[in-house]
Write a protein that binds this ligand. Structure first.
Ligand SMILES: Cc1ncc(COP(=O)(O)O)c(C=O)c1O
Length: 350
């Protein structure tokens, strides 16, 4: 006897990267930040006490949203919704703006959760292949849909399409354009000004990467108030815990701390890029905290992935079309990346 809805039968569900319980492994597989969050976040959490556990949290995280509005120069907190990680906001976007049987447009390859969310909602995701440089082909601009999901920088390529391309999309696309800026703090530019310029633009950010808070589950979506109102209707009453709200507020208040960690990751990214390239990997220029290292030799990328794992080094391998010969490697500390390069040197040596 099957009790699940029919719609769930063909859905495999999202497969997240492994979270090994052994804390001694070198974990470069889920794009977490290798550095700890701001000490002010830790202080804010310690300060909460049992009252914060006993009472319900602020249902809309208003103090955090006000602080974000100030930080990003937005007209007010009503331009922002906070969520239990960006994944919740992505799911909300599909449920808020797309009817089952309508279409969602996304490039391929991209964040694989998009497709899972569409299937769970019963809508179709139309995937348009990126070109050989991971840029948008012309067909992307001419495919109509109700909602477009565009990760910028994209995953797993790490490549950002030019701002002008996103601008063109916002002007011509007939529905909502979600610009997923999960990794944007590691890049050179952003699109946070788009919601004020375009009525259909929604910019999303996560605190899982640059702010080192993946375990706290914090994300924001920024759009015009009439769009945020629709999101608000759809969300759970208390979609963030009191602890996430307090951590989120302290994190944005200590923005410079985050920037310091990001600069360290960017510097390591440059060194890792050079070292992996010297080993023979082919890597597109990354605007994020990971590198897509393509390998056309022996052993295969999958074998390299397995051998690294036996040495306690976790990277990500996707058995997906076009990514069969690639490893996605999160930029860790210099020490972690040094250990990775050393191991790779032994594994791929002729
Ligand atoms: C492109 C992209 N968007 C969104 C997310 C989700 O972020 P969060 O941890 O806030 O749910 C991720 C996480 O890996 C991601 O890679």
């Amino acid at each position: 006897m099957k009790y699940g809805r029919k719609i769930l039968e063909p859905v495999a569900g999202y497969v997240p990267g492994e979270q090994p319980t052994d804390l001694n492994v070198i974990k470069l597989n889920t794009n977490e930040n290798p550095y700890p969050p701001s000490p002010r976040v830790v202080e804010a959490l310690h300060a909460l006490g049992t009252e914060a556990m006993r009472r319900y949290p602020d249902p809309t995280a208003s103090a955090f949203r006000r602080e974000c509005a100030k930080r990003h120069g937005l007209p007010g907190a009503d331009w922002i919704i906070a969520g239990n990680g960006m994944d919740e906001l992505l799911s909300l976007a599909i449920r808020t703006f797309v009817d089952p049987d309508e279409k969602v447009l996304a490039p391929y390859p991209t964040y694989s959760l998009y497709d899972v969310l569409c299937k769970l909602h019963g809508c179709e995701m139309v995937s348009v292949d990126l070109d050989g440089c991971f840029q948008l082909p012309e067909a992307f601009h001419t495919t109509p849909a109700k909602l477009c999901l565009l990760a910028r920088p994209n995953a797993p390529s790490g490549v950002s399409v030019p701002r002008a391309e996103v601008e063109r999309l916002c002007r011509s696309f007939p529905g909502i354009v979600v610009i997923d800026e999960a990794y944007v703090d590691f890049g050179d530019d952003h699109c946070m000004d788009f919601p004020e310029r375009f009525g259909n633009a929604v910019v999303m950010r996560t605190f899982s990467k640059s702010f080192s808070l993946a375990g706290m589950r914090i994300g924001i979506a920024v759009a015009r108030p009439e769009i945020i109102n629709e999101f608000m209707k759809m969300k759970d009453s208390y979609n963030m815990s009191a602890f996430s709200e307090a951590a989120a507020l302290a994190a944005v208040q200590d923005y410079d701390y985050m920037r310091g960690n990001v600069e360290r990751v960017r510097a390591t990214r440059g060194r890792l890029f050079a070292e992996l390239t010297a080993l023979g990997f082919d890597i597109p220029e990354s605007q994020s905290n990971f590198l897509l290292a393509r390998w056309n030799g022996t052993p295969t990328a999958r074998e390299i992935f397995e051998r690294l794992k036996t040495r306690g080094i976790y990277v990500r391998y996707f058995a997906l079309r076009g990514l069969e010969s690639a490893l996605r490697i999160t930029v860790g500390t210099d020490e972690q990346c040094g250990a990775l390069v050393h191991a790779l040197g032994e594994i791929v040596k002729k």
